[in-house]
Design a binder for this molecule. Structure first.
Ligand code: HMG
Ligand code: MG
Length: 333
């Protein structure tokens, strides 16, 4: 299983207190040593929308690249691509959504508009020799539109493939999907896109990130996104949740004899580089001591039907809770 570590981007974009570029660089370098296949290092997005990642170029410039590891960057438009190319990113990721409302809130354009924006970006990335990932956010549920029909996801996946993306990341932005929904969607996507071209991206809001990742693995998906320590949220911040934790994913896969190539001690140690600088509890409280052996399977890993009823069954409200699993733009204007 290919582990895509998205903590430096998806995890840190949620942090409100500035984290120095040096800490981010040390964090990425430590992740490089942990054995993950790919690291989403940062995002070349508008600094008005995501101030925390305004130092993306400095972070790319400072990291030590380990041969074999793919260092990718999130890019919303041509301006972002040019910066990613200048920074020497190995791969870029464009991002749209299956929910029209979310697309507008996240990238200030419609789904249609995003495709028009991405087409030249994908062509230029390919011309420069870079593979392109296309994220489909809100592939299961949207904080604004509720349940998202698989047909809407399939339509966006087909559009992304038509403009030439190499990989599609099916994303549960608010972490509300169940393993059954995951299995069903990948099943429905199969006639449209080869499983090998997909990745699964789960947020862990309702504690189903691991079982959802296992459902994706069972569906033949070869890549799972995760954030070390579940960065991006905090148990003390109700309603906020980060990506599924890389450490949990690695443990769950290895318990099943599925190799990941990741050293869990080194993985956990990477968080040390953030602890002294990150002032928000999101980083500090998710810091975990390295465990010497994989934990016994938790009930939620064993039971695909597991939910946290109180939260999982409650309605999703737009408003502050819409930042669940997603930092949301913080516009400075
Ligand atoms: P806009 O305001 O419509 O952009 O935002 P614009 O083209 O009108 O430009 C406005 C200003 O932004 C201009 O600067 C541009 O130069 C600047 P000004 O003249 O006003 O000083 N600008 C940029 N600056 C740096 N880099 C750029 C860039 N582009 C424009 N690339 C835009 C449109 C797409 C730029 C904006 O909406 C944006 O940056 N959005 C990013 C939001 C974001 O990063 N969200 C989080 C990541 S997505 C996510 O987390 C989901 C995911 O994890 C999967 C999942 O879980 O679902 C991937
Ligand atoms: Mg995400």
């Amino acid at each position: 299983m290919r582990i895509v570590e998205v903590g430096p981007r998806d995890g840190l974009q949620n942090e409100t207190a500035p984290i120095p570029a040096a800490a981010k660089i040390a964090f990425v370098d430590a992740l490089s040593d942990s054995g993950v296949a790919e690291i989403e290092v940062s995002a070349f997005v508008s600094p008005r929308w995501v101030p925390q990642l305004r130092d993306a170029a400095a972070v790319f410039a400072g990291i030590t690249r380990r041969p074999g590891v793919v260092y990718s960057a999130l890019v919303p438009n041509r301006q972002g691509l040019d910066q990613a190319l200048a920074a020497g990113a190995d791969k870029i990721a464009v991002f749209t959504a299956a929910s029209e409302t979310f697309a507008r809130k996240n990238i200030n354009t419609s789904i249609e508009g995003s495709m028009a924006r991405f087409r030249p970006v994908v062509a230029a990335a390919h011309a420069a020799g870079l593979p392109v990932r296309g994220y489909v956010s809100t592939a299961f549920w949207c904080a604004f539109e509720g349940h998202i029909a698989p047909a809407a996801v399939i339509a966006v996946v087909n559009r992304l493939m038509a403009i030439g993306v190499d990989e599609v990341a099916i994303s549960d932005t608010i972490g509300k999907a169940t393993p059954e929904e995951v299995a069903r969607l990948f099943d429905q996507l199969r006639p449209h896109i080869a499983a090998e071209r997909m990745a699964a991206h789960f947020h862990d809001t309702y504690g189903r990130g691991v079982v959802n990742a296992l459902a994706a693995w069972e569906a033949g998906i070869p890549a799972i996104d995760a954030s070390v320590g579940g960065l991006g949220g905090c148990p003390y911040a109700p309603g906020a949740s980060g990506n599924v934790a890389t450490d949990d994913i690695v443990a769950a896969l290895e318990e099943r004899g599925i190799p990941t190539g990741v050293d869990r001690r080194r993985l956990a140690a990477s968080l040390e580089h953030l602890a002294p600088t990150a002032s928000t509890p999101a980083v500090a409280c998710r810091k975990r001591a390295p465990r010497s052996a994989p934990p016994a399977p938790s009930p939620r890993v064993r039971s695909a039907a597991n939910t946290r009823p109180a939260k999982a069954d409650g309605p999703l409200q737009p408003g502050p809770s819409t930042s669940v699993g997603f930092s949301g733009p913080r516009r400075g204007r």
